[in-house]
Design a protein around this ligand. Structure first.
Ligand SMILES: [Zn+2]
Length: 163
């Protein structure tokens, strides 16, 4: 299987949403189960000790409603999250649909900044949303390039305040 890759081949971060009701506390384990049902399978031979209980999840990171960043696939394993663009991308999924908690926004910012940091072994030149690579998608429900251009300032319409 050709699912193993070099970190230096990774150029792009793709942000997704789970397409779940905003604020509902779904977990990476839920997404793993949904992806298993869809027939996704990880190649656990690539990093046998990296989240071995997650056998399917297609994303590399999932940001849960409380802002916890959960690890999915290891970066050296090609993901399954964006048709035709998996090979050189990292997939991050926000739980929700288009409104995320302040904790999720803060976690997303930290993660994107750290993945984009020069000298970390990756070659990230682009951070975009799923919809930027796939016509007809709305995922992740906000304009990623605008968010970055505004120094990671979130549009108020995309913030889910504490209930
Ligand atoms: Zn998506």
């Amino acid at each position: 299987m050709g699912n193993r890759r070099q970190l230096s081949q990774i150029t792009t971060v793709v942000i997704h949403c789970a397409d779940t009701p905003n604020g509902r506390a779904n977990t990476i384990e839920d997404i793993d189960a949904w992806h298993r049902q869809r027939g996704f399978r990880r190649d656990l031979s690539i990093a046998p000790k990296h989240q071995p209980q997650l056998t399917a999840v297609g994303y590399h990171f999932v940001i849960e409603v409380n802002g916890t960043i959960r690890l999915g696939r290891p970066l050296q394993e090609t993901g399954a999250h964006v048709e035709g663009h998996n090979y050189n991308t990292i997939g991050i999924c926000l739980v929700g649909r288009d409104r995320y908690t302040p904790e999720q926004w803060s976690a997303l910012r930290s993660l994107v900044v750290s993945l984009s940091h020069p000298g970390n072994g990756l070659s990230i030149s682009t951070v975009c949303g799923h919809r930027d690579l796939f016509d007809g998608k709305t995922c992740p429900g906000f304009d990623v390039s605008e968010w970055i251009a505004q120094a990671y300032t979130t549009d108020l319409n995309n913030i889910l305040e504490a209930q």
